[in-house]
Ligand binder design. Structure first.
Ligand code: 3PG
Length: 406
């Protein structure tokens, strides 16, 4: 744990990078999964007597404050979950932050305002990022990296700050990496991967990598229409990435060559316009009417996907099968989630990766304990499976003289 690595943290200011990027409806948190996942590390440090300073981002503000991206609602929820008030700084490294940190007693927790309100956080310029990391580092004696969802970002609060302070990996990051390593090193077979979500272009690297590793690849969500189009079907007004059609064709061909089974839906729930539940109906995947758009995989496909998952020993799922926020388009996602809850009964491992699919299983009312692991990282878990280096992890491994003592 972080305290094992850092040594005695009592009275020390420990900066914790968490991923508290939760979906909001106005100022209401619609899924607090990432906040709950961040609590154990924060609590362990507070219990050990550290003065815990949490830093995190929300959304993608452009380096300046924007009310709708304030972490204030998150501070309140974090306090409820910790059972102790969380002091909220209205800036990240300015007067408010300095005052709040100076006012912390041993065992107390503060949250700094959205780190992305500062241009230095996401700057591509090393010096600009470094200068901001210096300011963050000045607030603390040690750093704990626990924001798994952002470890694929080379950003000041993820990467540069770790070069400036004694540091440790938090429990959440350690657990996530452990599970993902099981998927990449020696997955038990059959190894089935389910991919959904809106864009093929976000999934290219992972498909590329999985074509050599997985036994079956099930594809749904908005990205499936580019595959259907590549097979020569019309997709009406459905989401389509024209420029990716050749890539999808190549994947279909490579899958056939390498013996990886790609399973595409055979029926689709379509509607007249986005979100129009009243017009929802099921059509064959090769007969999508020109005037409608696909918003979920159909019931026959849901059954076929569940059947393909039935004997799986390892499953990775990223991306919802449809617009699960609406009941008329939620059944495909539900069918996949339901199938994954049975993998554990076979002694297999099911991993739900990604913000959206993780939110989907909770929104649809599934018991989180029924899954092997629900990752807090979308892009991060995909990049790990692609075999890419994660800057937020390599920076921790690069330096071993991490303790606070001596
Ligand atoms: C996520 O939501 O996947 C993480 O919080 C990272 O956010 P980002 O994609 O805006 O860097």
């Amino acid at each position: 744990t972080a305290t094992d690595t850092l040594g005695d943290v009592r009275g020390k200011r420990v900066l914790v990078r968490s991923d508290l990027n939760v979906p909001l409806d106005g100022t209401t948190i619609t899924d607090d999964g990432r906040i709950r996942a961040s609590v154990p590390t924060i609590k362990a440090l507070a219990d050990a007597g550290a003065r815990v300073v949490v830093t995190a981002h929300l959304g993608r503000p452009k380096g300046a404050p924007e009310d709708r991206y304030s972490l204030a609602p998150v501070a309140a929820r974090l306090g409820e979950l910790l059972g102790a008030p969380v002091a909220f700084a209205t800036d990240t490294v300015g007067e408010s932050a300095q005052g709040v940190v100076a006012g912390l007693a041993d065992g107390q927790v503060a949250l700094l305002e959205n780190v992305r309100f500062n241009a230095g956080e996401t700057s591509k310029d090393d010096a600009e990022r470094g200068a901001f990391a210096d300011q963050l580092a000045a607030l603390a004696d040690a750093f704990v990296s626990d924001g798994f969802g952002v470890v694929h970002r080379k950003q000041a609060s993820v990467y540069d700050v770790a070069q400036r302070l004694p540091h440790a990996m938090g429990n959440l990051v350690a657990t996530e990496i452990d599970v993902l390593r099981r998927l990449t090193e020696t997955p038990e077979r059959p190894y089935v991967v389910v991919l959904g979500g809106s864009k093929v272009s976000d999934k290219l690297g992972v498909i590329d990598n999985l074509l050599g590793k997985a036994d079956k690849l099930l594809i749904g969500g908005g990205m499936v229409f580019t595959f259907l189009k590549a097979q020569g079907h019309e997709v009406g007004k459905s989401l389509l990435e024209e420029d990716q059609i050749p890539v999808c064709l190549e994947y279909l061909k490579r899958a056939a060559d390498t013996g990886v089974e790609i399973i595409l839906p055979t029926d689709i729930v379509v509607a007249d316009s986005f979100g129009d539940e009243a017009s929802a109906r099921v059509v064959a995947a090769d007969a999508i009417p020109a005037e409608s758009l696909g918003l979920d995989i159909g019931p026959e496909s849901g059954k076929a996907f569940a059947a393909a998952l039935a004997d799986a020993k390892t499953v990775f799922w990223n991306g919802p099968m449809g617009v699960f926020e609406q009941a008329a388009f939620a059944e495909g996602t539900r069918a996949v989630a339901e199938a994954l809850t049975k993998t554990g009964d076979l002694g297999g491992l099911s991993v739900v990766g990604g913000g959206d699919s993780a939110a989907a299983v909770r929104t649809l009312g599934f018991d989180e304990a029924a899954f092997g692991h629900i990752s807090t990282g979308g892009g991060a878990s995909l990049e790990y499976l692609e075999g890419k280096e994660l800057p937020g992890i390599t920076v921790l491994e690069a330096r071993t003289d991490s303790g606070l003592e001596g």
